[in-house]
Design a binder for this molecule. Structure first.
Ligand code: NAP
Length: 300
């Protein structure tokens, strides 16, 4: 009998992750708040559950991949939540990006029922989710992590146990600090190049193999100059993550001058109703300040 895995949240990330579990031979039970998405997956071999409680009652391992901290709390601890269905010895793996502090509180509530929890947020975006090449950073009990390794391997490539409960989320927030720090450099350089009359396609090709090359430049740079801001990863979700960073930093009285500036710049996008664009739309804030729009040169 293949192992049964429950998955809650069939969004941009959860849907391809569920498909990869099916592909790897797991029996998948899926729940989505908007039921039509689970019906679509049922046609591909998954079973549809009517609530997180029902799903947890039949699955020894339950994955959650929903939007934000209150959403994870709702599907795990809320009415008809996972906690009402899960039995002792089962495992909850939260792969959403949420607050490290809230993660530890949810894990403590589950532990009272004999249910283990791993926080296992991911990096690699929708493409990584589709190709099963996600980086997965895992907090929680090391032995539980080892037991769940085949599940992670079905969805990701670089899978690292980084510490105790909540530490997966802390490392994910480090990932987001690194990501936006890199993105601000890329978009500032593109605006500078545009204003100076550079051919931005050639400029990206020229520098991406050198010391200033990066995943952000090579993957997001070409999309930005084509004015392709389809998500991927929503601006609203990146801002949610930066707010988690700033909240954790404030608890430590830790200054993060660069990240806090970028956090403010993302508010500017949200104020102009651009939260559902890809997070690379950060370039638009600098464009408005500079009075230019970065573009790939017209080809004759
Ligand atoms: P998404 O496409 O917006 O999907 C969100 C999912 O969560 C949907 O299935 C939604 O259900 C469900 N959901 C939200 N609130 C809920 C609630 N209160 N109760 C039940 N279900 C709820 O988001 P996503 O891009 O897949 O992101 C999911 C998580 O992964 C987020 O924490 C995000 O930060 C993280 N992440 C995303 C990426 C990326 O590139 N997209 C990369 C790394 C990490 P409905 O269908 O009913 O709305």
């Amino acid at each position: 009998m293949p192992e049964k895995v429950g998955l809650i949240g069939l969004g941009i990330m959860g849907m391809p992750m569920a498909r990869n579990l099916l592909q790897a031979g797991f029996e998948v039970v899926a729940y989505n708040r908007t039921a039509s998405k689970a019906e679509a997956l049922a046609k591909e071999g998954a079973r549809k559950a009517d609530s997180p409680r029902e799903l947890a009652a039949e699955c020894p391992t339950v994955i959650t991949i929903v939007s934000d901290t209150p959403d994870v709390e709702a599907v795990i601890l809320g009415k008809d939540g996972v906690i009402e269905g899960a039995g002792p010895g089962s495992v909850v793996i939260d792969m959403s990006t949420i607050s490290p502090r809230a993660t530890r509180a949810i894990a403590a509530r589950l532990k009272e029922k004999g249910v283990a929890m791993l926080d296992a947020p991911v990096s690699g975006g929708d493409i990584g989710a589709i190709k099963a090449t996600l980086s997965i950073m895992v907090g929680g009990d090391a032995e539980v992590f080892e037991r769940c390794r085949p599940i992670f391997t079905a969805m990701g490539k670089n899978i690292v146990h980084v510490g105790t409960s909540g530490m997966g989320q802390t490392v994910k927030l480090m990932n987001q600090i690194l990501l936006v720090g890199c993105l601000i450099g890329v978009v500032e350089a593109l605006v500078f190049g545009q204003k100076s009359g550079a051919d931005l396609e050639k400029a990206i090709n020229a520098v991406e193999g050198g010391a200033a090359g990066s995943w952000v430049l090579s993957n997001l740079g070409p999309r930005i100059i084509k004015r392709d801001f389809r998500p991927g990863f929503f601006t609203d979700l990146m801002q949610k993550d930066l707010n988690l960073v700033m909240e954790a930093a404030a608890e430590m009285k830790l200054p993060l001058p660069v990240t806090s500036l970028i956090n403010q710049m993302y508010y500017s996008l949200q104020c102009s109703d651009e939260g559902r664009n890809a997070y690379s739309a950060l370039v638009k804030v600098l464009e408005r300040m500079a009075g230019v729009e970065v573009r790939q040169p017209e080809t004759e």
